[in-house]
Write a protein that binds this ligand. Structure first.
Ligand code: PSU
Ligand code: MN
Length: 291
């Protein structure tokens, strides 16, 4: 990382996997630009993180956002693959785990994303690196829950096992990405002041790991659970027939869901991202007041 990449206050980190592998073209690039614009409207600085031809970038230019959203050879990297992308001089989109680590290394404290990875419900072992990274690295991470395609109970249990401090923003039930709520209980916080207090308390005890904030999708973009289940089952059927595994699993399921829902899941995904970026900016504001 270059010296100029060191940033501290009023910065919100954004990930790039959602651009390169999570959303369909051309909505992916439009969304990435829009998220940065939302951050700027709050008088904060957006830093979309990725690896450009082997170079870690804390903050992409508009041209680079365009390129990462259109190139066909963009890797999807968690923390473990950062060195591979760098050494082999590849273009790479960073997942939650890689984004959290690189953001932390450059002094950023707040990161907004859509959904975190977690425990997949496939019969083969498939647990996202995101969970381990959240247990290791100090960051306030705003998300709309684990993706609804995951085993949600196991994901929450795993977060607990890994000592990740997780809270629900104005909800005591785990939100699950497209759905505002599930039957899984979580600790509720009422305000950004509480979120920042929890983060500062964690720091004072020298506890590593992130404060993970679950922010439910805005009501009008929520997808009905029964309807979602229908699309999800169809997507899982397609998965059975395909040979898709590992890293390609999430992008595959997301694109099948987009297909069966006629774009509804994509619209919801974009809106929950904006909603999370908004909350992240409020947290940055509060953090600068309380630090
Ligand atoms: N949730 C989405 N879209 C995404 C992701 C999550 O709705 O694109 C990405 C995030 O970058 C997350 C990653 O960190 O998927 C998790 O991938 P895996 O399950 O392969 O660890
Ligand atoms: Mn995986």
């Amino acid at each position: 990382m270059k010296d100029g990449d060191m940033v501290f206050n009023r910065t919100v980190a954004l990930e790039s996997t959602v651009i390169a592998h999570g959303l369909p073209k051309p909505k992916n690039v439009e969304t990435a630009m829009e998220l940065e614009a939302v951050v700027r409207r709050h008088d904060c600085t957006p830093k979309t993180i990725a690896i450009v031809a082997g170079e870690v970038r804390i903050g992409l230019s508009s041209e680079e956002i365009q390129e990462i959203g259109t190139r066909e050879d963009v890797m999807k990297v968690g923390v473990s693959e950062i060195p591979v992308a760098v050494a082999l001089k590849r273009w790479a989109a960073t997942t939650v785990s890689a984004t959290v680590r690189l953001a932390y290394l450059s002094g950023i404290k707040v990161f907004a994303t859509g959904g975190i990875g977690g425990v997949h419900s496939t019969k083969d072992w498939d647990v996202s690196q995101d969970l381990i990274e959240l247990s290791r690295t100090r960051m306030i991470v705003v998300c709309a829950g684990p993706k609804s395609i995951l085993d949600l109970r196991s994901t929450v249990e795993m977060l607990e096992t890994f000592q990740v401090t997780a809270v629900g923003y104005r909800t005591d039930r785990l939100p699950a990405f497209y759905c505002r709520s599930t039957s899984i209980p979580i600790t509720k916080v009422e305000s950004v002041e509480e979120i920042v207090s929890i983060f500062l308390s964690k720091e004072s005890f020298d506890l590593p790991g992130s404060v993970l904030v679950f922010n439910p999708i805005p009501e009008r973009y929520e997808i009905d659970e029964v309807e979602f289940k229908k699309w999800h089952q169809l997507a899982e059927k397609d998965l059975e027939w395909s040979n898709v595994k590992g890293k390609d699993l999430t992008p595959f399921l997301l694109s099948r869901l987009a297909h069966y829902s006629d774009g509804r899941t994509v619209e919801s995904n974009i809106e929950l991202l904006k909603n999370n970026v908004n909350l992240a900016c409020q947290i940055v504001d509060q953090l600068s007041k309380m630090q």
